[in-house]
Design a protein around this ligand. Structure first.
Ligand code: ADP
Length: 356
């Protein structure tokens, strides 16, 4: 039947209903592979395994308690590098990081007083909408799906839900709804922008900082790692003297350097480090502040988008100039809303699970 036209708020409501009628299971293919890492593993070994299977995070499993033990993510490696830089010699750090076992990472995070990675998890049959509410609250940016074995009652890690998977799922299945998300990203206050003037931020999102973190081709990788760790962000735009965006340096780029065993390469400039990027690097995805959320879903449908750099459009005074950044969590927050209270970050899985 011909679909009636939806207003922007009606389209948002329709998307939420869609997410309430689906579960996390619906997002996954019938068959998939899951890499789970034992907390006894050394960091070096864990990184090797992740490289081998092409994943950038994995759930941890504690064999002695037979329980899920949190996620190992790129952000953990960033904190590790940050920690060793302050406490140990460069040579010592190289050796130590590799000898380090995964279960000790939480101690380092305590020493750095960064927020502990949440142990949040959700049952895969819970409505996708609820899983999304958790996703926007966990700075691990991914949510393990945990079921119970019917025979033993023990925990079973089924898979890991990411913001990207959910948004891709929406982009693939909800074109009849997303086409009505016609307001511009800037009007909706989606993303972080270089100045409060360029973004009135109707959502009053406290996570937005002005000015945004940027770097130049001459900045060292280590300085950028410091920004990642301190600000809890996963990408920094590389700009020239006129503020034009040249590239984007991401936390995963650091992992490529570290996996090659070259901790010294943190002294490289961004310009040198970018030369080590894989030839199949998909490129930086940009948009204009006037683009609609609908246009962004069309992009997510066809490309592997993890964030968008907002630049002035072709008709603006300074085309290509850096204006802001839109992360997947910014988009998720706009879809789900930020108003529903839940247990605070870092609360154990059980506790928060009951709060749903
Ligand atoms: P995600 O949470 O999707 O992994 P990020 O970690 O990149 O995304 O971003 C977290 C928050 O910080 C988002 O609200 C985003 O808009 C903002 N942000 C992202 N990059 C920067 C940056 N370079 N400077 C300042 N804020 C940023």
């Amino acid at each position: 039947p011909p679909h009636r036209t939806l207003s922007h708020p009606e389209a948002l409501e329709a998307l939420r209903s869609f997410l309430k009628e689906r579960s996390s299971y619906d997002v996954f293919p019938v068959s998939f592979r899951l890499i789970v890492l034992d907390t006894q593993l050394k960091v070096k070994k864990a990184l090797d395994v992740m490289l081998l299977y092409g994943v950038v995070s994995a759930p941890l499993w504690n064999t002695s308690t037979a329980k899920f033990a949190g996620m190992f993510t790129v952000q953990d490696v960033i904190h590790l590098i940050q920690y060793y830089y302050h406490t140990s010699s460069w040579e010592g750090a190289t050796a130590d990081v590799e000898q380090f076992r995964l279960h000790s990472i939480r101690d380092i995070e305590k020493a750095l007083s960064v927020p502990p990675p949440p142990l949040l998890s959700v049952h895969p049959l819970r409505p996708l909408y609820d899983a999304c509410r958790y996703l926007i609250r966990t700075h691990a940016r991914r949510l393990p799906l945990i079921d119970r074995d019917t025979q033993t009652g023990g925990e079973v890690v089924i898979s890991v839900l990411t913001q990207y998977r959910v948004l891709k799922f929406i982009a693939m299945n909800c074109r009849d709804i997303t086409q009505y998300l016609t307001a511009s990203v800037q009007e909706m206050g989606i993303g972080s922008y270089v100045s409060p003037e360029s973004n009135p931020d109707p959502t009053n999102n406290p996570n937005k900082y002005y000015p945004l973190a940027t770097a130049t081709m001459q900045t060292t990788v280590f300085d950028v790692v410091h920004m990642f760790s301190e600000l809890g962000i996963s990408a920094v735009p590389i700009v020239d003297n006129d503020g034009k965006v040249l590239n984007l340096y991401e936390t995963v780029d650091v992992i490529t350097l570290v996996r090659n065993g070259a901790y010294q390469s943190l002294d490289l400039t961004i310009s040198q480090a970018l030369k080590q990027r894989a030839v199949d690097f998909p490129g930086v995805v940009t948009c204009s502040p006037r683009d609609s959320l609908s246009a962004i879903f069309s992009l997510i449908k066809i490309r592997r988008v993890h964030r968008l750099v907002v630049v002035q459009g072709r008709d603006d005074p300074n085309p290509g100039r850096f204006v802001g950044i839109i992360s997947l969590s910014d988009i998720m927050r706009a879809l789900i809303g930020n108003d529903i209270p839940l247990g605070g970050a870092g609360v154990g899985a059980e506790v928060v699970d009951k709060a749903l």
